[in-house]
Design a protein around this ligand. Sequence first.
Ligand code: SF4
Length: 319
Amino acid sequence: MNLQEVLNKEELNSDELRFLLNLSDPKDLDLLFHKSLGIKNLYLGRYKNKIASVQFSNYCENNCLYCNFIEESIFPHRYRLSPEEILEIIANMVNENITNLILQSGADSYYDTDMISYLIYRIKKDYNVEVTLDLVERRFDEYRAWKFAGADNYLLKFNTANEKNYSFFTQNNKLSERINHIKYLKRIGYKICTGNIIGLPYQTNSDIINDLILLQTLKPEMILNSPFIPKEFTKFKNWAKVNFSLVKKITAISRILLKKSDILISNSSDMFTMEEKKELFNLGANTLILEYYKLNHKNKLRFPVNRKKSSAYSGSKLF
Ligand code: SF4
């Protein structure tokens, strides 16, 4: 297969994706990364987006095997913020080029339709930002209500295109259901953010290829392919972290598949070092997620920082 020809195609089939995924010669990899950076610069420019995420609850009614926050977990560090606390955090952080605000929680029905609608309404009334909901799967009538309240985007990852693995890790949920939710959200006007987990236990090359094909089919406006992080309270706590070279390849291939979509990477040091973030921006990623409220690696609540005093979470070293 001719690398240059594959890189110039609009759509890629599984053989071509396998070919890109198997590249190992440094010259070939340079060509891949050069191409993906060129596409980013051509379609999106050199500008980097900053979006902010507020994780306001870490309760979850689901039981994904790789996650600390599952309902059955002995994980002791639980918290829920009130709507007023959430709005106070947002008031402290919505400045300095934040264009998009992610409201994030586990599947936590404590926050009902009206509470979330109220938050969306207040944010849209007071600030010039897009609102992205990251609330796992909810009812279809709730998606509609939140769209009417002003929400712009919904983050719902498919995590893997392998049905058996999806069902195993989510303890019997169905991948087809997740895809139906994503398609429904898209149909009623949300911009979608989705992606896979790179390095999910038992993941094969064929799984990754199918993940990329699903991404190409769903055509999300935002892509979030997160690296697998072994979590302390899970049965995969000793599983190896994913090799960064695979993350680079998948980021570059995602950029080649979806030229105009935003590719998001987390600012969290649990995920990437500063150097790694820079590398990902240099091969196709264009958006940094600043996590303003979350547990840190010692399971202590991380409070929003005063950005005038500290650039710890601002990503300013990258911009
Ligand atoms: S839905 Fe999300 S927060 Fe809930 S258990 Fe699964 S991965 Fe964790």
